[in-house]
Design a protein around this ligand. Structure first.
Ligand SMILES: [Zn+2]
Length: 330
């Protein structure tokens, strides 16, 4: 056999016109593969732009219903609810997080009543509700106590499920949180509630815009004591393996675009669905780039979603979801 592939093999043959290129292209995921993260605030008639994330807003429940009606019309079938509450709700023990008539609980019930076919997931973490802003129970030494935090997370998850959430998504990165939540849900006859774990969640610099959206930066210290170290991918992947063993229904890698190798690795080693959280920094950096004239936003969005698809993503948790028709529809 000749080791000269040219001129016998001409790869350009298969990309010489748009018909053959389109025929061979991997399709972009449809809207049913997307989950739109939404930020709910207290009050009425509020639709407050998030400066660091153009196109995203903080909604009160009434305006959220209008926004969700628009995305449902595009074929989006799932949202993830984050609550952003008044400072007076926050306490050291985060008790507001599992109040039956709390903000997220009310948002979930209202969404499910209005859109029974919509999959409503909730973020389960107490950093929105603790006065110190950490994702669990803070010891006076500044250390976040693991096992003591599990009770907070299970109470929160059960209250969301009781409010009607189809799925809960624990994001605190406490050891044993999936097992503890599964057990608590089952004990409460909520065995059908889906548990999507933020299983491989890195302590990342890409969460900056989200901090403005959710007002959730810790008062002191950072989250590197519980979120996975972005320089240690094997430890990050082990987190997903552990969560699968604990009973997670869906695994997740967060952030997504800087961790395509990790998504592929998790994908290769599990039969569970794998979600990728296309985080705020990934969203905002494409917009910033386009605003500077450094790239076409639609092409940037499509190429980035294509890369997540190729890496093995099943569920795209993405802020592009509410602009699906503008950027992703063919
Ligand atoms: Zn948290």
């Amino acid at each position: 056999m000749s080791n000269r592939i040219f001129p016998n093999i001409r790869l350009r043959r298969l990309r010489q016109n748009s018909a053959i290129r389109s025929m061979l292209a991997e399709p972009l995921p449809g809207p049913e593969k997307f989950m739109w993260p939404v930020f709910v605030v207290e009050g009425k008639g509020i639709k407050q732009p998030i400066k660091a994330m153009p196109g995203q807003f903080r909604y009160s429940i009434d305006t959220l219903l209008e926004a969700v009606a628009e995305v449902v019309a595009m074929g989006i079938r799932s949202v993830m609810v984050f609550g952003v509450v008044y400072a007076k709700r926050k306490s050291a023990d985060a008790a507001y997080a599992w109040q039956p008539d709390g903000l997220v609980q009310e948002a979930v019930t209202t969404l499910k009543n209005k859109f029974p076919g919509l999959l409503v997931f909730t973020d389960v973490c107490v950093c929105e509700y603790t006065s110190h802003g950490h994702c669990g129970c803070l010891h006076e030494s500044g250390y976040v106590l693991n096992d003591e935090s599990l009770e907070m997370l299970t109470s929160m998850a059960v209250s969301h499920a009781r409010a009607g959430a189809d799925g809960v998504a624990p994001s605190a990165m406490m050891d044993g949180q999936v097992h503890a939540i599964r057990e608590a849900l089952d004990h409460d006859n909520l065995e059908d509630t889906i548990l999507m774990s933020y299983s491989t969640k890195f302590a990342s610099a890409m969460y900056g815009p989200f901090r403005e959206a959710a007002d959730s930066a810790p008062a002191e210290g950072d989250r590197s004591g519980y979120q996975a170290d972005c320089r240690n991918w094997r430890a990050g992947v082990r987190e997903s393996h552990a969560d699968e063993a604990e009973g997670a229904d869906i695994l997740m890698v967060k952030p997504a675009l800087f961790y395509l190798d990790v998504i592929s690795e998790v994908r290769r080693h599990t039969m569970l669905p794998v979600a990728a959280y296309n985080v705020s920094g990934e969203y905002s950096m494409l917009i910033a780039s386009a605003n500077n004239g450094w790239g076409d936003l639609k092409k940037l969005v499509r190429e980035s979603i294509n890369s997540l698809n190729r890496a093995g993503t099943d569920i795209f948790i993405s802020y592009w979801a509410n602009q699906y028709d503008k950027f992703l529809k063919d």
